[in-house]
Ligand binder design. Structure first.
Ligand SMILES: [Zn+2]
Ligand SMILES: [Zn+2]
Length: 478
């Protein structure tokens, strides 16, 4: 939790404290063909520091030397804890990657570029206007499985409003979003039900699913995070919330939290979140945070592991290795891809050194990593999918006893498509023959393997991997 951008500590020695609301401009990282790009002026904590915004102005630019300037008068006072003001100005007409330099003029001639985060240089917004929609098998649904909304709003971290999440999801090409605010931010049943009511009042598409990121106790009684989708009621978990720092004991063990999950159908849609997340020693010590062990993953009734948590860092590779260990031991767990975005639509801003400096990178951006599941006509994860893939670009899926791979010009040509056969406690690799095509279908057979799974990589550094399939009829059922 010390990771998130925060400028409002009332600590006199914080270099990051400012007597101003947080002001920033945000917009999705990509836009489906034919759609406009929504751009939001985000203002936070204006109830403590009301602010008058005079105007927003700036310029779009692309690598071909084209540019579009704009000026938008706002002339409004903002005084609520959260504002997400959608700005309407001219959009580029040509597809491709565009840079948006944007300025906010406020109060008496103060001007900021992109944001007023202290000591963090402004970063232009980078927006890819796609030539083609991201590839996906017909009838399948792509979604974000780990993100935080404005229901996460304490002194240290905040997410986007659920209406903003829905519009951003539609813009970038998502069919569903699992809203997974921390159990320690949701705090109680009432707040969780408010989240569900707000979701029920939205447009029907993209589908938003209320869930939770539950803090619960692993086998060493440390706090780990469990993602739940579509639970009827709030599940408690305040251990590592930092609000009762004298008491970091998990409220529920993993198994107890899963037992609390109530919905008409079984089994519960629960997944281990970021099983191998690196953390500061302060988090381990002060918040008693820990990681998921093999025992935690295999002895509880979880459906899968979210080891792709926004980017492929060390935690991705360690999490994937742990997942493969589970598969080889016969535990049919699903891989899950999410971003753990706290309202960040274009780049991720966070604390670099507590009370000292901020950072900005691409690690946890809403909707970059997707989990793609077969459509069933029911709400995503109301039944546990037997077959899925996770991706930040290409499509890669098993269907009708075949392996399919599909990319686009935006995503790049395939560099590799690999099948992994699990058998006798190890995986055997098989490279598929490829040329310059963006579209492949391979005949496959299980031939004495315990399971099959596949991975692929493209020339733009994009990646996809499938869940493990244990029989071809199961893949057919999709
Ligand atoms: Zn977490
Ligand atoms: Zn999270």
């Amino acid at each position: 939790m010390l990771h998130y951008a925060e400028t409002h500590f009332r600590l006199p020695f914080s270099r990051l404290y400012r007597k101003e609301p947080t002001i920033l401009i945000d917009a999705p990282f990509q836009v489906l063909p034919g759609l406009p790009c929504p751009v939001w002026l985000v203002i936070r904590k204006a109830h403590r520091f009301p602010v008058y915004i005079e105007e927003v102005y700036g310029e779009w630019k692309n690598a071909e030397g084209q540019s579009i300037s704009f000026k938008l008068p706002i002339q409004k006072k903002f005084s609520k804890p959260f504002h997400f003001e959608e700005l309407n100005f001219e959009n580029p007409l040509h597809p491709g990657l565009w840079m948006l330099n944007i300025f906010v003029k406020y109060e008496k001639n103060k001007v900021i570029e992109r944001w007023n985060y202290p000591l963090l240089p402004p970063k232009p917004l980078m927006i890819n206007f796609l030539k083609e929609p991201p590839p996906k098998p017909a009838g399948w649904l792509a979604g974000e499985t780990h993100c935080h909304s404005s229901f996460t709003s304490d002194s240290m971290e905040f997410g986007a409003s659920i209406a903003v999440l829905q519009k951003a999801a539609a813009t970038i090409g998502l069919d569903f979003v699992c809203v997974t605010d921390h159990s320690y931010d949701l705090r109680n049943e009432k707040k969780f039900q408010t989240l569900k009511e707000e979701i029920a009042a939205l447009l029907p598409h993209p589908i938003l699913i209320a869930g939770e990121e539950i803090s619960c106790g692993n086998s060493k009684n440390e706090n780990v995070h469990l993602l739940s989708f579509g639970n009827e009621n709030y599940i408690e978990g305040h251990g590592d919330g930092g609000r009762r720092w004298w008491n970091t004991k998990p409220d529920l063990k993993i198994a107890e939290a899963i037992n609390e999950y109530r919905r008409d159908s079984l089994p519960p849609a629960v997944f281990a979140a970021h099983p191998k997340l690196p953390m500061l020693s302060a988090e381990r010590l002060l918040l008693k945070r820990g990681n998921w062990s093999l025992k935690d993953l295999t002895e509880n009734n979880i459906q899968g592991i979210e080891f792709w948590n926004g980017f492929r860092g060390r935690d991705f590779y360690e999490g994937r290795a742990l997942w493969i260990k589970c598969l080889l031991a016969g535990h049919k767990l699903l891989p899950l891809g999410g971003n753990d975005a706290h309202g960040d639509l274009n780049c991720y801003t966070a604390i670099a050194k507590p009370l000292w400096s901020l950072k900005c990178n691409q690690e946890h951006v809403f909707g970059v990593v997707r989990t793609v599941i077969p459509g069933t006509g029911k709400a995503p994860f109301s039944e546990i999918p037997q077959n899925l893939y996770i991706t930040d670009g290409p499509a890669l899926w098993f269907e009708n006893g075949k392996l399919h791979a599909k990319s686009t010009e935006d995503i790049g040509k395939f560099l590799s498509i690999t099948i992994f056969r699990g058998k006798d406690f190890f995986e055997k690799k098989e490279e598929m023959p490829i040329n310059d095509s963006l579209d492949y279908i391979f005949e496959i057979s299980l031939t004495n393997s315990l399971y099959l799974r596949a991975e692929c990589e493209t020339s733009c550094g994009k990646f996809a991997m499938t869940s493990a399939i244990y029989s071809l009829p199961a893949a057919l059922e999709s």
